[in-house]
Design a protein around this ligand. Structure first.
Ligand code: SF4
Length: 322
């Protein structure tokens, strides 16, 4: 069974205007997105900033309310759950954030930060078991028992991200949405955090939805990769297939921008014209057509390309992908 199955998910935010705050338009941050995540797998999610990837991650862990569609977690639709029902399920899916400092309360010790999650879900019988569990979690992420009584400002960026991971692990989740967890860290620290996430996945069988703008990081950690553009999935395939033979012109441009070490490489950088259009009024037809170097008018301007399985396991939303 799929651990997670997202079907036709939409997250649209109203844009209000004027004296009476009338809804003038909608930002289509996530628009008709469907995909699955298997138990214990890592699905990478890439795209430029503003493409909807963070909103999608937040919708899955129910930090934002979906407008339509379903989010099946182990077969149960959690898309519109609220209150105590949601709280009960929430221990199955957690999130770690790009800015670990911003997600940690500066007035709480690390014991309080991690203990809070244990308390909400009543995962320790008494104070002694709670403390033991917190120390185990700190050690699991490469920290020490002495760190429990310290405050977030006493740690480096990498250590804070380890604390964020320990807090997520405290409730024994089956899925963690990792929202750019290494983008704010130095390169050497990035590798340590990626290795830690991989070790924890092997030991505990956790699945990750790993959001990043850096394709090299995503390729390293993911089994499959999904590419988003203007709120839609434009390509989804095994990581190796997407990096070596991308089928969508947008993915081809993203990959061409990744620096290559091989001096004999003949890869040419594809520079896309213009900026990503506003998600309030996305272009008609293929939303990528105003920037696409392969666009063929009038078809690309008039017809929305469906996300179709172009070769086994390799999906792309382009009329001409083959
Ligand atoms: Fe480019 Fe047309 Fe394919 Fe869209 S459908 S990606 S505009 S070629």
């Amino acid at each position: 069974m799929n651990l997670l199955e997202v079907k036709n998910l939409k997250v649209h935010f109203p844009v209000k205007h004027g004296l009476f705050s009338r809804v003038k338009a909608h930002v289509k941050a996530v628009d008709e997105v469907s995909f699955t995540v298997q138990p214990g797998e890592t699905l990478g999610l890439v795209g430029e900033s503003g493409c909807g990837k963070t909103t999608l991650g937040r919708a899955i862990v129910k930090l934002v309310e979906p407008t339509a569609g379903s989010i099946l977690f182990e077969g149960e639709d959690i898309a519109h759950l609220n209150g105590s029902e949601l709280r009960l399920r929430r221990r199955n899916f957690q999130m770690i954030f790009q800015d670990p400092y911003g997600s940690l309360n500066p007035r709480m010790t690390i014991e309080q930060v991690i203990g809070e999650a244990i308390d909400i879900h009543r995962l320790a019988e008494n104070a002694e078991a709670r403390h033991k569990r917190i120390v185990e979690l700190l050690q699991a992420v490469g920290l020490d028992a002495v760190h429990a009584q310290r405050y977030p400002h006493e740690f480096s960026g990498g250590q804070r991200q380890r604390i964020g991971i320990a807090r997520a692990l405290a409730v024994q989740p089956k899925l963690i949405v990792c929202d750019e967890p290494v983008s704010a860290l130095d390169v050497s620290v990035q590798a340590q955090i990626i290795n830690l996430l991989q070790d924890l996945q092997q030991q505990r069988g956790i699945a990750y939805l790993f959001i990043a703008h850096d394709l090299a990081v995503v390729e390293h950690i993911s089994r499959r990769v999904m590419v988003m553009y203007l709120g839609k999935v434009v390509e989804l395939a095994e990581a190796r297939a997407i990096i070596s033979a991308p089928k969508h012109p947008y993915t081809q441009a993203l990959i061409s921008a990744v620096p290559v070490v091989d001096p004999d490489s003949k890869r040419k950088r594809i520079v896309l014209p213009g900026d990503v259009p506003s998600p309030i009024a996305p272009p008609a037809g293929c939303p990528f057509h105003p920037r696409c170097p392969m666009a063929q008018l009038p078809r690309c301007q008039a017809e929305v390309p469906a996300l179709r399985e172009v070769t086994p396991g390799h999906w792309a939303a382009c009329h001409f992908a083959k």
